[in-house]
Write a protein that binds this ligand. Structure first.
Ligand SMILES: [Zn+2]
Length: 293
């Protein structure tokens, strides 16, 4: 038998194997409540998560995320191949905040209308993500300072239980620079009732980050900015008791935990970790939740 006759079945087996390998998505990230996962598959493959269409970039990249109260299983379909993802449950601390201006804790009807309109506006933007391809960039810290609020904590504002805290608070001084943790397109840059001066960055394919309570906004809607470029400065606008950056990470309308995508704190490099150790409230220490005093 000629060498050629042997080579052909071998080549066919190799092609079948490589197709199978390429069709299975490569998934990396945190399979936990509030977690973000990056995927890579064959370009042009259709991806669905729990019945929702997941946009896939021309190079085959995509992102998916799991909400704070995600059930233990998620169902991913990639190119017709179904796969069950196990999503780990997390425990959430309780966060008590007193001394907020009462009008922002119990808004009047006119304020409620404004809040509803602003919420709808942001939701519409998040439902129409750009095809920018910044979503795969490894994020950097948008600002440095003590961590004063973690994702997922149950807020009790002026004694009244509220929706969980769905961002990450960095209690830097007013005026501290805020930079883009990854490249993105500015989709919103204006004053809102609850979040004060607010910027919404669109990193493409459903991944967004938001920045609240800024003292100053340095960007405009439609502007494309690179990683580490200035967004504005830390402030105390909107519903706050003091200056801090409220940083949000979202996949469409699903709120995710920004702490999971950040480079881990390095005590030698980050002043934030030293500050967090001494000034963070018990509620903000995610690993040891207990009732506030
Ligand atoms: Zn916050």
């Amino acid at each position: 038998m000629s060498r050629r006759a042997w080579a052909l079945p071998g080549l066919a087996a190799f092609l079948v194997l490589s197709f199978a390998v390429r069709a299975a998505p490569l998934l990396t990230g945190d399979f936990v409540q509030g977690g973000l996962v990056h995927g890579v598959t064959t370009p042009g493959t259709e991806v669905m998560l729990d019945g929702r269409n997941v946009p896939v970039s021309p190079s085959g990249g995509f992102v998916i995320g799991f909400r704070r109260d995600a059930p233990p299983e998620a169902h991913l379909v990639v190119g017709g191949e179904a796969q069950t993802l196990t999503i780990a449950k997390r425990d959430w601390p309780t966060r008590r905040v007193d001394g907020l201006p009462q009008e922002t804790v119990t808004p009047d009807p006119e304020q409620l209308r404004r809040i509803a309109a602003e919420t709808a506006e942001i939701r519409a933007l998040r439902e129409a993500p750009s095809r920018e391809e910044f979503f795969a960039q490894t994020m950097i810290w948008p600002a440095h300072g003590p961590i004063s609020g973690v994702f997922g904590s149950q807020s009790i504002l002026n004694g009244v239980p509220r929706a969980p805290h769905i961002g990450f608070d960095i209690a830097a001084a007013a005026g501290t620079p805020v930079v883009a943790p990854a490249g993105g397109m500015v989709r919103m840059a204006k004053m809102l009732f609850l979040t004060g001066n607010t910027v919404l960055l669109d990193h493409g394919y459903g991944l967004f980050t938001s920045y609240a309570h800024l003292s100053r906004i340095d960007v405009a809607v439609g502007q494309r900015i690179a990683q580490s470029e200035s967004i504005g400065a830390v402030g105390a606008t909107g519903r706050v008791t003091g200056p801090h950056l409220h940083w949000g990470l979202e996949w469409f309308e699903v709120r995710l935990d920004p702490a999971l995508v950040l480079p881990k704190l390095d005590a030698a490099l980050s002043p934030a970790s030293a500050g967090a150790a001494t000034s963070t409230s018990p509620a903000a220490r995610g690993s040891s939740p207990r009732s506030p005093d």
